[in-house]
Design a protein around this ligand. Structure first.
Ligand SMILES: Nc1ncnc2c1ncn2[C@@H]1O[C@H](COP(=O)(O)OP(=O)(O)O)[C@@H](O)[C@H]1O
Ligand SMILES: [Mg+2]
Length: 378
């Protein structure tokens, strides 16, 4: 396959977040060329230049380009569609919506974000619990799926207890009110005794995770966070199949050696067509009262990892005694405003807006549909 063909194949996995269809299928990739020694130039046609999702689409296209071996640089040029192209995009979006029966119970447009890491013990669950809690405190209804079936810990970290009930054949996540919002939690820890060894085989585990997504009722949540097992096993594969627009955050400690392991996870996310949102460095150096700095887990690994994955460092969370203690108590530190977690949550909300807020192209296509065809989109 030529480089251009491989780039096109990879771009087919980039989705318009509102129309939830491939930008290639929607006719948004107008031109694609490789200059010199792997310098890629992609021209993307948007429904309107003022699209608030423009920077996200640009970023996803750039990421997709860099994910292809042999691409050295990526330039994204953005142009506006003409009326005819917009009409064609509308028809493609409609056909796609009809062909695609959702298998998960998430409402369309609700983002799902997986928290991943190369190895255990880096604070993946702690970050998941704090981000979820901060989002809930701000009024969101936050789904939390603990897909780390062997190392589940979120029920404890979030202070929720079973039993999980089924209504109308669907498992109902356990609800905990936080601030003006709520947490909706499903974890293996709610189905099995914590501490019980789960000697499950791959296929059984995959099925369990699929059931958590398909047979549980997530219809009430604005965003779904998923804590995944460390590494690149079957579960990320299952998630990518069920949630085609899944975003991935990679957590690492600052040690440069940890960075290498985490990089494989980031690469894997990308090769599985998942959306890499960025890196969170956890257990970063601390400055004590006397001004002395301690780098217990090394330093600089987060920035290095972000650079090697062509993504951004979303946050660097220092080693904090209260983070561990609050987790053990089932009351994450981000239950109250928190200078480390709040900026991370701000950025995640920009990258994966909860609730799938309607943006420009959906509204515009809707208007075009009514004007041109006398019928609403859908
Ligand atoms: N920033 C931090 N400061 C101090 N302790 C932390 C921090 N992040 C996580 N921990 C603690 O480190 C341990 C491992 O974290 P955990 O979230 O369980 O990791 P993982 O899910 O990656 O295996 C837990 O005891 C947790 O409370
Ligand atoms: Mg964990």
């Amino acid at each position: 396959m030529s480089l251009v063909e491989r780039v096109r194949e990879r771009l087919a996995a980039v989705r318009d977040p509102e129309l939830d269809a491939s930008i290639v299928d929607l006719g948004m990739v107008r031109d694609l060329l490789v200059e010199g020694d792997g310098d890629l130039v992609v021209t993307v046609a948007l429904t309107t230049m003022g699209c608030p999702l423009r920077s996200r689409i640009e970023r996803d296209v750039r990421d997709a380009g860099f994910a292809v071996d042999g691409v050295r640089s990526v330039e994204v040029r953005v142009v506006a569609m003409d009326a005819e192209e917009r009409g064609a995009a509308l028809r493609a979006a409609r056909a796609h919506a009809q062909a695609q029966a959702p298998t998960t119970t998430l409402r369309p447009g609700v983002p799902a974000v997986a928290v991943a890491s190369g190895k255990g013990g880096v604070g993946k669950s702690s970050v998941t619990a704090n981000v979820a809690t901060a989002l809930a405190r701000r009024g969101r209804r936050v789904g939390v799926l603990d897909a780390d079936v062997w190392g589940f810990s979120l029920s404890r970290l979030l202070g929720v207890r079973g039993p999980v009930e089924a209504v109308g054949g669907r498992m109902v996540p356990l609800v905990r009110e936080v601030g003006t919002g709520s947490l909706h939690v499903l974890s293996m820890g709610l189905l099995a005794d914590e501490g019980a060894a789960l000697l499950w085989r791959g296929l059984v585990v995959q099925k369990a995770v699929a059931q958590f997504l398909e047979d549980a009722d997530w219809s009430g949540v604005d965003i779904l966070l998923i804590d995944t097992p460390p590494g690149t096993g079957d579960i990320p594969m299952t998630l990518s199949r069920l949630l085609p627009s899944l975003g991935v955050v990679v957590v690492t400690t600052p040690h440069p050696a940890a960075q290498g392991v985490a990089a494989r996870t980031g690469d894997f996310a990308r090769k599985s067509n998942l959306r890499l949102l960025g890196v969170v460095e956890n257990m970063a150096p601390v400055v004590c009262e006397g001004g002395v700095r301690h780098a217990y887990f090394g330093e600089g690994g987060g920035a290095l990892l972000a650079e090697s994955l062509h993504t951004e460092l979303l946050a660097s969370i220092p080693l904090r005694e209260d983070v561990a203690a609050a987790g053990d108590a089932g009351q994450p530190v981000a239950s109250a405003p928190d200078a480390d977690f709040d900026p991370l949550v701000d950025r995640l909300v920009e990258l994966a807006p909860p609730g799938g807020a309607p943006g420009c192209s959906a509204r515009m296509l809707d208007a075009i549909a009514r004007a041109v065809e006398g019928a609403p989109l859908g």
